[in-house]
Design a protein around this ligand. Structure first.
Ligand code: TYM
Length: 315
């Protein structure tokens, strides 16, 4: 029996943080043997933020290294760059044509940007259509993501149904999100959602100095009990049963608890960081993985794009 299909992606917009890891990327590694997997570097999505060729190149290489360093095995899974598979942008155009502006105006990301009075690019507005194309081109069954992407998966499902219904053809399969309880929204050092744009992250490949600095900056209240923001991050690295005695013993001793967290994060990150550094030493090996991944992704994506073209009557 053939395996179910799993697809997900990360935008190359800078260094990943432990929220990206626990919320999504860890699931990529954990599930890679159970599904036929596609892991994308969402470079065209990143173009809304990264508008400098050197930064883009560096960030793309960075996500490829991140994927390999967390243990994705390119022999088993397909790792590819979105821009290498032009079916993504072609299909996104078809979806643009069957989707209304008011529908997309309900997207959280658009509403947040609008509320902040940001200048919104057309690409940012259409973002969910490109993401729907990413997912639907591969007959994807599951999409491991954090909570912030849930609405995008719902939009993807709506778009698949709308296309199938409009053209009277069963072209697209409806995917399901895979959001793991407890890590759906990993908090940052200020207790808000961890996010590059809030400046509250602990980078996944942080140096020891960065780990110390960020943990020491975790916002704590002075109620004397358990420092919730420290605990919320600590439970990602150590079982809650073990933490219970530590937090009881060190009740009110915030500095000691932060030091214990620093040690746990360092122990976790050190081997990941070492693996990433070793991989970075051979850029041509990484390049070969992406070329090979693009070829594999293109096979599936171009077949599905042809189905969509036939359904709309251009082929
Ligand atoms: P991106 O690059 O912003 O984030 C990558 C993944 O990390 C998750 N994440 C979090 N999870 C828990 N807690 C947090 N604080 C946290 N911050 C980020 C995100 O939910 C995401 O799963 N649109 C996507 C990229 C994308 C994609 C796709 C994903 C493009 N096409 C197709 C899946 C399928 C994004 O911006 O992720």
């Amino acid at each position: 029996m053939s395996k179910k299909i799993l697809l997900s992606g990360v935008k190359p917009t800078g260094r990943p943080h432990i929220g990206n890891y626990f919320g999504a990327m860890k699931q990529f590694a954990d599930l890679q043997n159970d599904y036929e997997c596609y892991f994308m570097i969402a470079d065209y999505h990143a173009l809304n933020h990264i508008q400098n060729a050197n930064d883009m190149k560096e960030n793309i290489f960075g996500v490829a290294l991140d994927y390999l360093a967390i243990g994705l095995d390119p022999e088993k899974v397909t790792i590819f760059k979105q821009s290498d598979v032009s079916a993504h942008t072609e299909l996104a155009w078809m979806f643009d044509s069957i989707t209304t502006m008011p529908y997309l105006m309900r997207a959280h990301a658009f509403k947040d940007a609008e509320a902040k009075n940001k200048e919104i690019s057309v690409g940012t507005f259409n973002y969910p259509m490109l993401m729907a194309a990413d997912i639907l081109l591969y007959d994807t069954d599951v999409v491991p993501v954090g909570q912030d992407q849930k609405q995008h998966i719902e939009i993807t499902r709506d778009t698949a149904e709308k296309f199938n219904h409009t053209f009277g053809a069963d072209v697209f399969k409806l995917p399901n999100p895979l959001i793991v309880e407890g890590v759906a929204t990993v908090p940052g050092i200020d207790g808000q959602k961890m996010s590059k744009s809030y400046n509250n992250t602990i980078p996944l490949f942080a140096t020891d100095e960065e780990i110390e600095k960020q943990v020491m900056s975790i916002v704590t209240d002075s109620s004397g009990g358990r420092p919730e923001n420290v605990y919320a991050i600590h439970k990602l690295f150590r079982a809650e049963a073990e933490l219970a005695s530590l937090y009881e013993e060190k009740k009110g001793k915030y500095k000691d608890l932060k030091e214990a967290l620093i040690e746990d994060i360092k122990a976790f990150i050190a081997p990941l960081r070492a693996r990433r550094e070793a991989l970075a030493a051979d850029p041509s090996a990484v390049e070969r993985i992406l070329v090979d991944g693009a070829a594999r992704a293109n096979i599936r994506a171009s077949a599905k794009l042809a189905d969509a073209k036939r359904a709309i009557g251009v082929l």
